[in-house]
Design a protein around this ligand. Structure first.
Ligand code: BG6
Length: 472
């Protein structure tokens, strides 16, 4: 059974929803130079992206939540949301990252947004950095590879903790922080010079962000003693493709290196026992001080949050099999699972497995802060009959309930996303996740009107019955 204070809701990110990219003093963000459909080609070539002028940037208008936030929160309230996960756009607060004083108009915007949430009985759950940072920090310092970003981040989080201390009690530091070891620009604003070792950059950035996250925990607890701070990872359990011991070990290693390595830093506050061997293999030598290691140890997070969209399979080197796409990484296609149009494998039971594995290892409360399905959809008679989305969410929620019965403290579930928003990986609007249809196309054209899909009323009834009607 779901507890009576279970935090039901939905999740979004500033650069995928707000628009108003240059309004009221906001500086350019690293996400504001990501193109639409072409972005995938540039994920590993950010310099090429910086040097190219594209004709369309999805974040510039997104779904114009900046000017529609009251209407959007009213719709969330109508569904009975207890919680809304959103991110603050760092360059709205410090346009360049290194500014002396914050931008008052940006601060006021989030004040109004949080007031609107609280007025409607919705707890904000705030991500401090969701795949973006002030672009000026990339230009000036090459992003998170430079430790100066730790001090700029600390200044930014101090500003928002002080300002919103009476309004926000749940915070997350970096979205899907484990992605930064490969996606150094997307998650860390850093361009790796051609020919240099990406792993060297990736793990150094992860270290710098882990120190910054620990400092954020410290500062948050000083300023808002009753607040809780979590880390956020992308977690897809990796299944061995077969029971051959070499496949089992390969799957375990991939999961460790790409997913749970980060948790060791954020949750245990120390480097895992296998890091020396891994760093030797990858030829990584980190710049780490004793003082930084002490900070990691002293200020671990209060809870673990994660996104769950799929499981993946993996096998020993040399295995030849069909590869399927995933969120941030690919895997071997699992013949037992169906996939979405984008190749993401649908595996509700994998969520119960994920919750059990994470709790078994870390014994921290867990929060599922993203889960959902992207589908190409068309509006018919002012709605979308999205039974497939109802089924997807229902099957996953039933597994969350099972995990709670297993004995796991699950704080809440914020599905991705209450309304259709820009896709992070493809820059498209047509990869739609919402319970609410938003009339905007892949080029940013449309009326921006919101329409309730069939899943809107279904999710409303789930929340109203506190999950009671899931089995009906
Ligand atoms: C997660 C991100 O990776 O997955 C979100 O935190 C993203 O920002 C979500 O939107 C879904 O991915 P996509 O690429 O389909 O938008």
């Amino acid at each position: 059974m779901f507890s009576k204070d279970f935090l039901w809701g939905g999740a979004t990110a500033a650069n995928q929803i707000e628009g108003a990219y240059n309004e009221e003093g906001k500086g350019l963000s690293t996400a504001d130079i990501l193109p639409g459909k072409e972005r995938f080609n540039y994920l590993f070539d950010p310099q090429g992206m910086m040097d190219t002028k594209f004709d369309f940037y999805p974040s510039h208008k997104a779904i114009d939540h900046y000017h529609h936030y009251k209407e959007d929160i009213a719709l969330m309230a109508e569904m009975g949301f207890k919680c809304y996960r959103l991110s603050i756009s760092w360059p709205r607060i410090y346009p360049n990252g290194y500014d002396e004083i914050p931008n008052e108009e940006g601060l006021q915007y989030y004040d109004d947004l949080f007031d609107e949430c609280l007025k409607n009985g919705i707890q904000p759950l705030v991500t401090l950095s969701h795949f973006e940072m002030p672009l000026a920090l990339t230009k000036e310092y090459n992003g998170w590879i430079d430790k100066k970003c730790i001090q700029y981040f600390e200044k930014y989080v101090r500003t928002v903790f002080e300002r919103y201390q009476n309004k926000v009690k749940y915070w997350l530091t970096f979205n899907e922080v484990n992605s930064v070891t490969k996606l150094t620009f997307h998650s860390g604003g850093t361009i790796v010079p051609k020919g240099e070792n990406v792993d060297q950059y990736g793990y150094q950035i992860l270290h710098n962000q882990a120190v910054a996250s620990s400092l954020a925990v410290k500062v948050c607890h000083e300023i808002i003693p009753d607040a809780k701070v979590g880390c956020m990872v992308q977690y897809s359990p990796i299944y061995p493709y077969s029971c051959h011991p070499d496949d089992v070990f390969a799957a375990m290693e991939l999961e460790r290196d790409r997913e749970t390595f980060a948790l060791e830093l954020f949750v245990r506050g120390e480097y895992p026992y296998y890091s020396k061997r891994l760093f030797n293999k990858l030829d990584v030598n980190l710049d780490v001080t004793k003082e930084e290691l002490d900070i990691l140890k002293q200020y671990p997070v209060d809870f673990i949050s994660f996104s769950y969209y799929m499981s993946l399979a993996w096998a020993r080197e040399g295995f030849i099999g069909e590869i399927t796409k995933g969120n941030q990484m690919s895997g071997i296609k699992n013949p037992n699972l169906e996939s979405t149009e984008w190749g993401w494998q649908i595996d509700p039971k994998g969520l119960r497995i994920a919750l059990n594995k994470l709790y078994d290892t870390y014994r921290k409360p867990l929060f599922i802060v993203e889960n959902g399905i992207g589908v190409k959809e068309e509006l018919k008679h002012d709605t979308v009959e999205d039974d497939y989305r109802i089924d997807y969410l229902k099957q996953h929620l039933l597994q969350v309930e099972e995990a709670i019965e297993d004995g796991i403290p699950v704080m809440g579930y914020t599905m991705w996303a209450p309304m259709d928003i820009v896709s992070n990986s493809t820059g498209e609007m047509s990869k739609r996740y919402g319970l609410i249809y938003v009339d905007v196309d892949d080029k940013g054209n449309g009326t921006f009107k919101r329409y309730k899909k069939k899943s809107f009323n279904w999710y409303k009834s789930v929340i109203k019955s506190n999950g009671g009607n899931l089995k009906i």
